[in-house]
Design a protein around this ligand. Structure first.
Ligand SMILES: Nc1ncnc2c1ncn2[C@@H]1O[C@H](COP(=O)(O)OP(=O)(O)OP(=O)(O)O)[C@@H](O)[C@H]1O
Ligand SMILES: [Mg+2]
Length: 253
């Protein structure tokens, strides 16, 4: 039994987010959400557009305050963003005035990491996300998928215990997406992070996750939870894989 104050553990307790306080019938994004993510667990939230996935992730990130309830990270209540959490947003949100490599170095630079060290780290991350040769480009000179890969490298640069990823591969082509899925699993397996991942793709969720939460809308909440009990790397064409797919699909529809 892992206690609630364990490093990398995330506890979401009775979280409600009402965007429009004046109008209780509208703007209720999520209501009374409860779940726990264990240290080093890979957990994914799937669900239809508008069911509150980004809202949930932003609350865990400390970018939004819940109307009710609380999020505990290593046993401490979240009130603001912190270095223990790295976030990859649904659309790449790079600093437009910084080159790709400078975007990746931004965090390490802020905490005073020496120049040579942070440059070497950023260069490794550039290689990891397959952007060698593009390190000196500005975001506007990169495609959407390339910008997203810089955003992933930037989140990795601080080596956070918890990685929050909001549809990070949505704008990538299929082949790059599959490469990035494998890379993410490799990083997760070697660096032992807690990952909370959001995707529309059930197939992607099954490929990656230890556990999948299916969210339902109006108001957003956890409808069902699936533990994916398949060894990695997972074979997307296997019978067991497709059986999970069908069951999850039925619960989203
Ligand atoms: N800043 C905001 N102000 C008012 N309402 C909001 C705000 N952000 C989200 N909402 C509402 O909250 C609900 C959940 O939105 P959210 O963005 O969390 O959904 P999502 O599951 O991430 O959807 P998608 O899959 O399209 O990204 C929606 O009804 C949305 O309109
Ligand atoms: Mg979203």
């Amino acid at each position: 039994m892992v206690t609630d104050d364990a490093r990398g553990k995330v506890v979401v307790r009775n979280v409600t987010k009402q965007f429009d306080i004046e109008n209780p019938d509208q703007g209720l994004a999520i209501k009374n959400v409860n779940f726990t993510v264990q240290p080093n667990e890979f957990m994914t939230i799937v669900g239809r557009s508008g069911c509150g996935k980004s809202t949930m992730l932003n609350i865990i990130a400390g970018l939004l305050n819940p109307t009710e309830g609380e999020v505990l990270i290593h046993g401490k209540r979240v009130t603001e963003p912190g270095l223990d959490r790295g976030m990859v947003f649904q659309s790449a949100s790079l600093f437009p005035w910084l080159r790709a490599i400078e975007n990746i170095e931004f965090g390490p630079r802020n905490i005073g990491k020496p120049r040579d060290e942070r440059r070497a780290l950023a260069q490794d991350l550039i290689k990891l996300v397959g952007l060698e040769g593009f390190e000196n480009k500005y975001p506007r000179e990169l495609s959407g998928g390339m910008q997203q890969r810089v955003a992933i490298a930037r989140a990795m640069a601080m080596d956070p215990e918890i990685l929050l990823m909001d549809e990070p591969f949505g704008s990538l082509d299929q082949l790059t997406r599959e490469d990035m899925q494998r890379e993410l699993l490799r990083i997760w397996e070697t660096s032992r992070k807690t990952v909370i991942f959001v995707t529309h793709s059930i197939l992607e969720a099954i490929y990656l996750s230890d556990r999948i939460l299916v969210f339902c809308p109006h108001p957003g909440n956890v409808r069902k939870e699936f533990t994916i009990d398949l060894p990695r790397p997972r074979q997307k064409s296997s019978t067991e894989y497709m059986a999970y797919y069908e069951e999850i699909y039925e619960n989203i529809s």
